[in-house]
Design a protein around this ligand. Structure first.
Ligand SMILES: *Cc1c(COP(=O)(O)O)cnc(C)c1O
Length: 385
Protein backbone atom coordinates (compact mmCIF):
# COMPACT_ATOMS: atom_id res chain seq x y z
CA UNK A 1 0.00 0.00 0.00
CA UNK A 2 1.47 3.37 -0.95
CA UNK A 3 1.91 5.53 2.12
CA UNK A 4 1.39 9.20 1.68
CA UNK A 5 2.05 10.94 4.98
CA UNK A 6 0.39 14.13 3.69
CA UNK A 7 -2.86 12.39 2.76
CA UNK A 8 -5.79 12.34 5.12
CA UNK A 9 -5.69 8.54 5.50
CA UNK A 10 -5.73 7.17 9.06
CA UNK A 11 -2.38 7.55 10.80
CA UNK A 12 -0.43 4.32 10.54
CA UNK A 13 1.49 2.93 13.53
CA UNK A 14 5.24 3.69 13.75
CA UNK A 15 5.98 -0.03 13.27
CA UNK A 16 4.15 0.06 9.93
CA UNK A 17 5.66 3.38 8.84
CA UNK A 18 9.20 2.16 9.57
CA UNK A 19 8.67 -0.68 7.11
CA UNK A 20 6.71 1.09 4.37
CA UNK A 21 7.89 4.70 4.02
CA UNK A 22 10.72 5.44 1.60
CA UNK A 23 9.88 2.68 -0.86
CA UNK A 24 9.93 3.15 -4.61
CA UNK A 25 6.32 3.03 -5.88
CA UNK A 26 6.32 2.42 -9.61
CA UNK A 27 5.47 -0.96 -11.19
CA UNK A 28 8.63 -2.94 -11.68
CA UNK A 29 10.59 -0.94 -9.09
CA UNK A 30 12.63 -2.81 -6.50
CA UNK A 31 10.82 -2.94 -3.15
CA UNK A 32 13.48 -0.82 -1.49
CA UNK A 33 15.82 1.79 -2.94
CA UNK A 34 18.86 -0.05 -4.28
CA UNK A 35 22.36 1.01 -3.31
CA UNK A 36 23.59 3.52 -5.89
CA UNK A 37 27.33 4.16 -5.86
CA UNK A 38 27.80 7.26 -7.97
CA UNK A 39 29.61 10.56 -7.51
CA UNK A 40 27.92 12.12 -10.54
CA UNK A 41 24.91 11.71 -12.82
CA UNK A 42 24.37 12.53 -16.49
CA UNK A 43 22.94 16.00 -17.10
CA UNK A 44 19.22 16.39 -17.49
CA UNK A 45 17.96 14.33 -14.54
CA UNK A 46 17.01 15.13 -10.97
CA UNK A 47 20.45 14.50 -9.46
CA UNK A 48 23.75 16.07 -10.46
CA UNK A 49 26.86 15.89 -8.30
CA UNK A 50 26.32 13.43 -5.45
CA UNK A 51 27.11 15.91 -2.66
CA UNK A 52 23.65 17.34 -3.45
CA UNK A 53 21.77 14.12 -2.94
CA UNK A 54 21.38 10.40 -3.27
CA UNK A 55 18.14 8.42 -3.64
CA UNK A 56 19.15 6.35 -0.61
CA UNK A 57 19.48 9.41 1.65
CA UNK A 58 16.12 10.66 0.44
CA UNK A 59 14.39 7.37 1.32
CA UNK A 60 15.95 7.26 4.79
CA UNK A 61 15.10 10.93 5.38
CA UNK A 62 11.51 10.36 4.31
CA UNK A 63 11.12 7.41 6.70
CA UNK A 64 12.73 9.09 9.73
CA UNK A 65 10.92 12.35 8.94
CA UNK A 66 7.53 10.63 8.94
CA UNK A 67 8.29 8.81 12.21
CA UNK A 68 9.40 12.02 13.94
CA UNK A 69 6.74 14.22 12.35
CA UNK A 70 9.19 16.61 10.64
CA UNK A 71 11.63 16.97 7.75
CA UNK A 72 14.82 14.93 8.15
CA UNK A 73 18.29 15.69 6.80
CA UNK A 74 20.92 12.94 6.98
CA UNK A 75 24.57 13.64 7.85
CA UNK A 76 27.82 11.71 7.96
CA UNK A 77 27.50 11.13 11.73
CA UNK A 78 25.39 12.12 14.71
CA UNK A 79 28.01 14.64 15.65
CA UNK A 80 27.91 16.18 12.16
CA UNK A 81 24.13 16.56 12.55
CA UNK A 82 24.62 18.16 15.99
CA UNK A 83 27.25 20.56 14.59
CA UNK A 84 24.91 21.57 11.76
CA UNK A 85 22.12 22.32 14.24
CA UNK A 86 24.45 24.38 16.47
CA UNK A 87 25.76 26.30 13.45
CA UNK A 88 22.17 27.10 12.41
CA UNK A 89 21.81 29.22 15.58
CA UNK A 90 22.38 32.96 15.15
CA UNK A 91 25.87 34.12 16.19
CA UNK A 92 25.79 35.22 19.82
CA UNK A 93 23.05 32.77 20.83
CA UNK A 94 23.08 31.49 24.37
CA UNK A 95 22.61 27.72 24.59
CA UNK A 96 21.25 26.13 27.76
CA UNK A 97 22.43 22.52 28.03
CA UNK A 98 22.31 19.73 30.63
CA UNK A 99 25.32 19.23 32.93
CA UNK A 100 26.26 16.04 31.13
CA UNK A 101 25.21 16.10 27.48
CA UNK A 102 26.78 13.58 25.10
CA UNK A 103 30.51 14.36 25.48
CA UNK A 104 30.98 15.04 21.76
CA UNK A 105 28.34 17.74 21.98
CA UNK A 106 30.19 19.29 24.93
CA UNK A 107 33.27 19.55 22.72
CA UNK A 108 31.31 21.06 19.82
CA UNK A 109 29.96 23.66 22.24
CA UNK A 110 33.41 24.42 23.65
CA UNK A 111 34.78 25.09 20.14
CA UNK A 112 31.92 27.49 19.43
CA UNK A 113 32.34 29.27 22.74
CA UNK A 114 36.10 29.64 22.08
CA UNK A 115 35.30 31.10 18.65
CA UNK A 116 32.83 33.51 20.32
CA UNK A 117 29.96 32.16 18.22
CA UNK A 118 27.91 30.89 21.17
CA UNK A 119 27.62 31.19 24.93
CA UNK A 120 26.68 28.17 27.04
CA UNK A 121 25.07 27.59 30.43
CA UNK A 122 24.88 24.09 31.92
CA UNK A 123 21.85 23.41 34.11
CA UNK A 124 20.05 20.45 35.62
CA UNK A 125 17.29 20.16 33.01
CA UNK A 126 15.24 17.90 35.27
CA UNK A 127 14.66 21.11 37.29
CA UNK A 128 12.07 22.75 35.03
CA UNK A 129 11.65 25.80 37.30
CA UNK A 130 15.41 26.51 37.15
CA UNK A 131 15.31 26.35 33.34
CA UNK A 132 12.35 28.76 33.22
CA UNK A 133 14.13 31.16 35.56
CA UNK A 134 17.33 31.09 33.50
CA UNK A 135 15.52 31.62 30.20
CA UNK A 136 13.60 34.48 31.77
CA UNK A 137 16.85 36.10 32.90
CA UNK A 138 18.53 35.59 29.52
CA UNK A 139 15.59 36.99 27.59
CA UNK A 140 15.82 40.07 29.85
CA UNK A 141 19.42 40.42 28.62
CA UNK A 142 18.05 40.47 25.07
CA UNK A 143 20.03 37.49 23.72
CA UNK A 144 18.82 34.73 21.41
CA UNK A 145 18.40 31.57 23.47
CA UNK A 146 18.42 27.89 22.54
CA UNK A 147 17.69 24.92 24.75
CA UNK A 148 19.52 21.64 24.09
CA UNK A 149 18.15 18.53 25.82
CA UNK A 150 18.76 14.82 25.73
CA UNK A 151 16.30 12.29 27.14
CA UNK A 152 17.13 9.78 28.41
CA UNK A 153 20.64 11.15 28.81
CA UNK A 154 23.86 9.37 27.90
CA UNK A 155 25.13 7.82 30.19
CA UNK A 156 23.22 8.97 33.31
CA UNK A 157 19.76 7.89 32.06
CA UNK A 158 18.14 11.09 33.37
CA UNK A 159 14.70 11.78 31.95
CA UNK A 160 13.67 15.39 31.34
CA UNK A 161 10.14 16.72 30.94
CA UNK A 162 10.14 17.47 27.21
CA UNK A 163 6.62 18.90 27.12
CA UNK A 164 7.29 21.36 29.95
CA UNK A 165 10.66 22.37 28.49
CA UNK A 166 8.99 22.79 25.08
CA UNK A 167 6.43 25.11 26.66
CA UNK A 168 9.14 27.19 28.35
CA UNK A 169 11.19 27.36 25.14
CA UNK A 170 8.13 28.56 23.22
CA UNK A 171 7.40 31.23 25.84
CA UNK A 172 10.89 32.71 25.44
CA UNK A 173 11.26 32.11 21.69
CA UNK A 174 14.13 29.70 22.33
CA UNK A 175 14.93 27.06 19.73
CA UNK A 176 14.43 23.70 21.44
CA UNK A 177 16.72 20.89 20.29
CA UNK A 178 16.35 17.31 21.52
CA UNK A 179 18.95 14.59 21.04
CA UNK A 180 16.63 11.59 20.67
CA UNK A 181 19.34 8.97 20.15
CA UNK A 182 18.61 6.93 23.28
CA UNK A 183 14.88 6.66 22.55
CA UNK A 184 15.00 6.34 18.74
CA UNK A 185 12.13 7.65 16.60
CA UNK A 186 10.16 4.56 17.57
CA UNK A 187 9.91 5.26 21.31
CA UNK A 188 9.71 9.06 21.47
CA UNK A 189 8.70 11.89 19.11
CA UNK A 190 9.98 15.15 20.66
CA UNK A 191 8.62 17.39 17.87
CA UNK A 192 5.10 16.52 19.04
CA UNK A 193 6.11 17.57 22.58
CA UNK A 194 7.35 21.02 21.55
CA UNK A 195 10.86 20.47 20.15
CA UNK A 196 11.91 22.45 17.06
CA UNK A 197 14.67 20.06 15.99
CA UNK A 198 15.54 16.46 16.81
CA UNK A 199 19.07 15.09 16.48
CA UNK A 200 19.90 11.40 16.08
CA UNK A 201 23.04 9.37 16.03
CA UNK A 202 21.80 6.89 13.40
CA UNK A 203 24.97 5.00 14.27
CA UNK A 204 23.15 3.61 17.30
CA UNK A 205 19.62 2.15 17.36
CA UNK A 206 18.56 3.14 13.84
CA UNK A 207 21.51 1.41 12.15
CA UNK A 208 21.41 -1.16 14.91
CA UNK A 209 24.25 -3.44 13.80
CA UNK A 210 27.41 -1.55 14.84
CA UNK A 211 28.52 -1.31 11.22
CA UNK A 212 27.99 2.32 10.22
CA UNK A 213 28.25 5.98 11.20
CA UNK A 214 25.36 8.27 10.29
CA UNK A 215 23.39 11.15 11.77
CA UNK A 216 20.06 12.85 11.24
CA UNK A 217 18.58 16.23 12.10
CA UNK A 218 14.79 16.43 11.90
CA UNK A 219 13.23 19.90 11.80
CA UNK A 220 9.63 20.85 12.49
CA UNK A 221 9.87 23.77 10.05
CA UNK A 222 10.67 23.00 6.41
CA UNK A 223 12.71 26.22 6.25
CA UNK A 224 15.14 25.05 8.90
CA UNK A 225 15.45 21.68 7.15
CA UNK A 226 16.27 23.54 3.92
CA UNK A 227 18.98 25.51 5.75
CA UNK A 228 20.44 22.32 7.21
CA UNK A 229 20.47 20.65 3.79
CA UNK A 230 22.22 23.69 2.30
CA UNK A 231 24.77 23.63 5.17
CA UNK A 232 25.41 19.94 4.45
CA UNK A 233 25.97 20.64 0.78
CA UNK A 234 28.37 23.51 1.48
CA UNK A 235 30.29 21.77 4.26
CA UNK A 236 30.33 18.35 2.62
CA UNK A 237 29.52 16.38 5.78
CA UNK A 238 27.29 14.01 3.81
CA UNK A 239 26.46 10.41 4.66
CA UNK A 240 27.89 7.68 2.48
CA UNK A 241 25.49 5.91 0.11
CA UNK A 242 26.21 2.54 1.72
CA UNK A 243 25.69 3.95 5.22
CA UNK A 244 22.32 5.43 4.27
CA UNK A 245 21.31 2.13 2.64
CA UNK A 246 22.26 0.19 5.76
CA UNK A 247 20.60 2.70 8.09
CA UNK A 248 17.27 2.38 6.25
CA UNK A 249 17.64 -1.39 6.32
CA UNK A 250 18.25 -1.12 10.06
CA UNK A 251 15.22 1.11 10.52
CA UNK A 252 12.99 -1.53 8.89
CA UNK A 253 13.62 -3.92 11.82
CA UNK A 254 13.96 -1.31 14.58
CA UNK A 255 10.63 -2.07 16.23
CA UNK A 256 11.26 -5.80 16.70
CA UNK A 257 14.85 -5.25 17.83
CA UNK A 258 13.64 -2.68 20.34
CA UNK A 259 10.88 -4.90 21.63
CA UNK A 260 13.24 -7.77 22.37
CA UNK A 261 16.15 -5.71 23.67
CA UNK A 262 13.86 -3.61 25.84
CA UNK A 263 12.25 -6.65 27.46
CA UNK A 264 15.73 -8.03 28.16
CA UNK A 265 16.93 -4.68 29.57
CA UNK A 266 13.98 -4.48 31.96
CA UNK A 267 14.55 -8.06 33.09
CA UNK A 268 18.27 -7.48 33.67
CA UNK A 269 17.59 -4.19 35.50
CA UNK A 270 15.30 -5.96 37.95
CA UNK A 271 17.81 -8.77 38.54
CA UNK A 272 20.75 -6.36 38.91
CA UNK A 273 19.00 -4.41 41.68
CA UNK A 274 19.44 -7.42 43.97
CA UNK A 275 23.04 -8.22 43.03
CA UNK A 276 25.43 -7.79 45.99
CA UNK A 277 28.12 -6.21 43.79
CA UNK A 278 25.70 -3.57 42.45
CA UNK A 279 25.15 -0.40 44.49
CA UNK A 280 22.73 1.34 42.15
CA UNK A 281 20.81 0.64 38.94
CA UNK A 282 19.69 3.42 36.59
CA UNK A 283 16.91 2.50 34.16
CA UNK A 284 13.82 4.61 33.44
CA UNK A 285 11.79 1.38 33.35
CA UNK A 286 12.48 0.67 37.05
CA UNK A 287 9.72 1.97 39.37
CA UNK A 288 12.31 3.60 41.68
CA UNK A 289 13.91 5.69 38.90
CA UNK A 290 13.19 9.41 39.44
CA UNK A 291 12.17 9.75 35.78
CA UNK A 292 10.08 6.58 35.56
CA UNK A 293 6.71 8.34 35.55
CA UNK A 294 7.82 10.93 32.99
CA UNK A 295 9.32 8.25 30.79
CA UNK A 296 6.03 6.35 30.87
CA UNK A 297 4.22 9.53 29.74
CA UNK A 298 6.50 10.70 26.96
CA UNK A 299 8.03 7.45 25.70
CA UNK A 300 6.33 4.29 24.45
CA UNK A 301 9.04 2.27 26.26
CA UNK A 302 12.05 2.92 28.53
CA UNK A 303 14.70 1.88 26.02
CA UNK A 304 17.56 -0.56 25.75
CA UNK A 305 20.31 1.07 27.82
CA UNK A 306 20.80 0.82 31.58
CA UNK A 307 23.62 1.85 33.86
CA UNK A 308 24.85 0.30 37.09
CA UNK A 309 27.21 1.54 39.73
CA UNK A 310 29.27 -1.22 41.27
CA UNK A 311 30.11 -1.42 44.94
CA UNK A 312 33.73 -0.53 45.72
CA UNK A 313 35.85 1.71 43.55
CA UNK A 314 36.55 2.20 39.84
CA UNK A 315 38.94 -0.77 39.87
CA UNK A 316 36.04 -3.07 40.67
CA UNK A 317 34.07 -1.61 37.74
CA UNK A 318 37.08 -2.05 35.45
CA UNK A 319 37.41 -5.67 36.58
CA UNK A 320 33.79 -6.28 35.56
CA UNK A 321 34.57 -5.05 32.04
CA UNK A 322 37.64 -7.30 31.94
CA UNK A 323 35.73 -10.34 33.23
CA UNK A 324 32.73 -10.41 30.87
CA UNK A 325 32.90 -13.17 28.29
CA UNK A 326 29.69 -12.85 26.27
CA UNK A 327 29.01 -9.16 26.83
CA UNK A 328 31.60 -7.12 24.94
CA UNK A 329 33.65 -4.36 26.57
CA UNK A 330 33.36 -1.62 23.96
CA UNK A 331 32.03 1.87 23.46
CA UNK A 332 28.78 2.66 21.58
CA UNK A 333 25.25 1.36 21.98
CA UNK A 334 22.07 0.39 20.16
CA UNK A 335 23.49 -2.60 18.28
CA UNK A 336 22.42 -6.25 18.29
CA UNK A 337 25.29 -7.13 20.63
CA UNK A 338 25.36 -6.25 24.35
CA UNK A 339 28.15 -3.81 25.23
CA UNK A 340 29.51 -2.60 28.56
CA UNK A 341 31.67 0.44 29.26
CA UNK A 342 32.94 2.40 32.27
CA UNK A 343 32.18 5.90 31.07
CA UNK A 344 34.25 7.82 33.63
CA UNK A 345 37.38 6.49 31.91
CA UNK A 346 36.83 9.55 29.68
CA UNK A 347 37.90 12.90 31.13
CA UNK A 348 34.84 14.59 29.63
CA UNK A 349 32.43 12.25 31.40
CA UNK A 350 34.40 12.55 34.66
CA UNK A 351 34.21 16.33 34.45
CA UNK A 352 30.46 16.12 33.83
CA UNK A 353 30.01 14.25 37.10
CA UNK A 354 29.56 10.70 35.84
CA UNK A 355 30.27 8.45 38.87
CA UNK A 356 33.61 6.59 38.66
CA UNK A 357 31.98 3.15 39.03
CA UNK A 358 29.18 3.74 36.51
CA UNK A 359 28.98 1.03 33.87
CA UNK A 360 26.74 1.72 30.88
CA UNK A 361 25.21 -1.42 29.45
CA UNK A 362 23.62 -1.34 26.00
CA UNK A 363 21.48 -4.44 25.70
CA UNK A 364 21.29 -6.39 22.46
CA UNK A 365 19.50 -9.47 21.24
CA UNK A 366 21.24 -12.31 23.11
CA UNK A 367 19.10 -14.52 25.37
CA UNK A 368 18.46 -12.84 28.71
CA UNK A 369 19.61 -15.85 30.75
CA UNK A 370 22.95 -15.99 28.92
CA UNK A 371 23.47 -12.28 29.54
CA UNK A 372 22.52 -12.64 33.19
CA UNK A 373 24.93 -15.57 33.76
CA UNK A 374 27.74 -13.59 32.20
CA UNK A 375 27.07 -10.36 34.13
CA UNK A 376 26.57 -12.30 37.36
CA UNK A 377 29.89 -14.15 37.04
CA UNK A 378 31.77 -10.97 36.04
CA UNK A 379 30.29 -8.94 38.92
CA UNK A 380 30.93 -11.70 41.44
CA UNK A 381 34.52 -12.17 40.27
CA UNK A 382 35.26 -8.43 40.24
CA UNK A 383 33.81 -7.95 43.70
CA UNK A 384 36.32 -10.42 45.24
CA UNK A 385 39.49 -8.57 46.24
C1 LIG B 1 26.74 8.51 19.80
C2 LIG B 1 25.94 9.70 20.18
C3 LIG B 1 26.08 10.90 19.47
C4 LIG B 1 27.09 11.10 18.36
O1 LIG B 1 26.78 10.34 17.23
P1 LIG B 1 27.91 9.78 16.22
O2 LIG B 1 27.08 9.07 15.21
O3 LIG B 1 28.80 8.88 17.01
O4 LIG B 1 28.62 10.95 15.69
C5 LIG B 1 25.26 11.96 19.84
N1 LIG B 1 24.39 11.85 20.87
C6 LIG B 1 24.25 10.71 21.57
C7 LIG B 1 23.26 10.65 22.69
C8 LIG B 1 25.02 9.59 21.25
O5 LIG B 1 24.88 8.47 21.97
Amino acid sequence: MPVDPSSGSPRLHPQTLAVTVGRPQDPGDPLNPPLVLASTYRDGGRLGYAREGNAGWAALEEAVGVLEGGTAVAFGSGLAAAAAVLDSLPVGSHVVVPHAPYHGVTELLRDRVDARRLAVTALDLTDVAAVAERLDRLSGDDVRVALWAESPTNPMLDVVDLRSLGGIAATYGARFVVDNTFASPMLQQPLALGADVVVHSGTKLIGGHSDLLLGLAVAKEVRLADDLREYRHRNGNVPGALEAFLALRGLRTLSVRLERAQATTADLAHRLVDHPAVAHVRYPGLPGHPGAELAAQQMSGPGTVLAIETTGDARVADRVCAAVRLVVAATSLGGVETLIERRARYAGDRAAGVPPTLLRISVGLEHVDDLWSDLDQALTLADRP
